[in-house]
Design a protein around this ligand. Structure first.
Ligand code: ATP
Ligand code: MG
Length: 363
């Protein structure tokens, strides 16, 4: 089967380095490697509204920010269809049909949604739209017959839910939809990059982010204040790597050539870790090294973003074209879905003829 890639991001803020290592970097690599039929990337504004219903302006303002981050990272509209979720009404229709295939208790077991409900302090008043967003995500994926979804680890339960829906749908209505495969980052540190506070995953909603568009000074400050090892009080103390955010970020971003460029005293990350654990290496030096690596990675992204910011109407135009193309694809799948579900009354000449015959026989 030909590959169809699909992913999305919520326009709840600019994109951060967690998105980058968890999904965005991979998408750009896949896009440029070729060998696929389609690549879809969308801005999940309707999903963002499920927990931002009082703040539509936030969602509206961040659509362009996310689009700029995409372009800055190297997503290319000539190769990737970039679109906005709410502009594809077929997705709502598909969600509505999928709702019959999922039980409330199944949704309640979704660990990511459970954590997110806790984080957002919904308590007893969880919006139905938020609670059911894994179903709408199944529609987002299947409407495009995506075969591969490159995302971070928090999305695993969503992909499992999607595949259950696809299996159930195909079992009841006949083979129509495609089961997607999750593409997780190979590097364990990238599965769920922690925030700079070292507590939870880096997340726009938690304010513990380094954004792709942050300027040099902001990045430097964020790394300086980063959580490390609370037991590593004096330079000579042995340091611990477990839960040490600076080292997790090094695992995610550091390549051997960075040592030759910025810290030739060490040959590779293993040597650096070994010295840190032995004692005698201060956090300040490690943070300086991490800052240099992040600046090297982020500088070209910042520059490209700056260029795209010079022509904002062109970015909206690109999105509009993406929406038109995406809508045509989703509409085709919905035609198939309606046919499979036996709700294509006016397109089925045989149905009308048979009914006419049945009623004629009654006379
Ligand atoms: P929000 O707080 O609004 O949910 P978010 O920061 O979690 O925002 P999403 O838009 O929900 O970002 O996630 C978009 C994509 O980025 C998903 O594929 C998700 O798995 C991935 N992702 C988000 N945060 C991280 C992270 N810290 N580490 C790795 N991948 C991440
Ligand atoms: Mg999220």
């Amino acid at each position: 089967m030909e590959k169809i890639y699909l992913t999305g991001d919520r326009p709840t803020g600019r994109l951060h380095i967690g998105h980058y290592v968890g999904s965005l970097r991979r998408r750009v690599e896949l896009q440029n490697a070729g060998g696929y039929k389609e690549m879809f990337v969308f801005i999940a504004d309707a999903q963002a509204l499920t927990d931002n219903i009082d703040n539509p302006e936030k969602v509206r303002q961040n659509v362009i920010e996310v689009a700029l981050d995409y372009l800055a990272c190297g997503l290319d509209p000539a190769k990737t269809t970039i679109y906005i979720q709410s502009q594809i009404p077929e997705l709502c229709e598909l969600t509505f049909y999928f709702m019959d295939l999922v039980s409330v208790s199944r949704l309640q077991r979704n660990p990511t949604v459970k954590t997110e409900i806790g984080m957002r302090g919904f308590k007893e008043s969880v919006p139905v739209g938020f609670f059911t967003y894994p179903i709408s995500q199944a529609a987002d994926i299947t409407a495009f017959k995506a075969t591969h979804v490159p995302v971070g680890e928090d999305q695993k339960p969503m992909l499992e839910q999607t595949n259950e829906i696809v299996r159930r749908f195909n079992y009841i209505y006949g083979d129509t939809l495609v089961e997607p495969q999750i593409l997780l980052p190979d590097n364990a540190a990238c599965l769920r990059l922690p925030g700079t506070d070292g507590k939870a995953k880096m997340s726009k909603s938690l304010g513990n982010c380094i954004y792709l568009s942050d300027d040099r000074k902001t990045v430097e400050k964020a790394v300086k204040s980063m959580y490390t090892d609370p037991l590593h009080l004096r330079v000579e103390d042995p340091g611990h790597l477990e839960g040490n955010t600076v080292f997790t970020y090094l695992d995610a971003f550091c390549r051997t050539e960075h040592f030759a460029a910025y810290w030739p005293e060490y040959a590779n990350l293993d040597e650096l870790k070994e010295h840190y654990q032995r004692g005698g290496l201060g956090d300040g030096k490690v943070k300086k090294f991490l800052t240099a690596i992040l600046q090297e990675e982020l500088e070209p992204i910042r520059q490209r973003r700056h260029e795209f910011e010079q022509d904002i109407p062109a970015v909206y135009d690109m999105l509009k074209k993406g929406c038109e193309k995406a809508r045509a694809v989703a509409a085709e799948t919905l035609d198939e879905v309606r046919r499979a579900m036996r709700i294509d009354y006016f397109d089925d000449a045989q149905l009308i003829a048979e009914q006419a015959k049945r009623f004629a026989a009654k006379k």
